[in-house]
Design a protein around this ligand. Structure first.
Ligand SMILES: O=c1ccn([C@H]2C[C@H](O)[C@@H](CO)O2)c(=O)[nH]1
Length: 145
């Protein structure tokens, strides 16, 4: 497996419960166009967990796993992210797309951790919002309504 030196920087183990949720969501991915199944689990500040997977559409404007998981979280009335997990297929670093970085930002705090795993459940890299989307635009930049 080829790796850049900044990858696999930690020996931290992700809990078996989270890995199983990711694997289970990834197994249900609907990704017939890209053949690139992704899973995400959002852990809220009160410890609840919400899984999501990518849902593609023939017009190619499908939903990312992170967006699915955030939708489930918000639907359940939760809005504060403690940890975001993302599992892609294979060993490449499957980082959230630009759109999802902004979506995560909406519900993140400076302490929120974004953890990217390989399909084998190995933690590859941990980001904060500041490393994932530096100087991000956010709700605070809008004038009071
Ligand atoms: O972090 C990511 C990266 C990609 N995808 C999905 C979108 C699309 O369905 C497929 C290929 O880009 O992977 C996600 O769900 N999350």
């Amino acid at each position: 497996m080829s790796q850049r030196s900044d990858e696999l920087i930690t020996a931290e183990i992700v809990s078996e419960e989270i890995v199983q949720q990711l694997l289970s969501a990834q197994a249900n991915a609907y990704a017939p166009y890209s053949n690139h199944p992704v899973a995400s689990v959002m852990v809220t500040s009160d410890g609840q967990q919400f899984a999501g997977t990518n849902v593609e559409v023939a017009h190619y404007k499908g939903l990312c796993a992170e967006a699915s998981a955030i939708s489930a979280m918000v639907t359940a009335g939760q809005r504060q992210l403690a940890t975001v997990y993302v599992m892609g297929p294979g060993d490449h670093l499957c980082t959230p797309c630009g759109d999802c970085r902004q979506r995560i930002r909406e519900f993140a705090t400076p302490a929120t951790q974004i953890k990217v795993l390989s399909a084998r459940g190995e933690l590859m890299k941990t980001y904060t919002m500041e490393t994932l989307l530096p100087d991000a635009f956010g709700p605070e930049q809008l004038p009071p309504r």
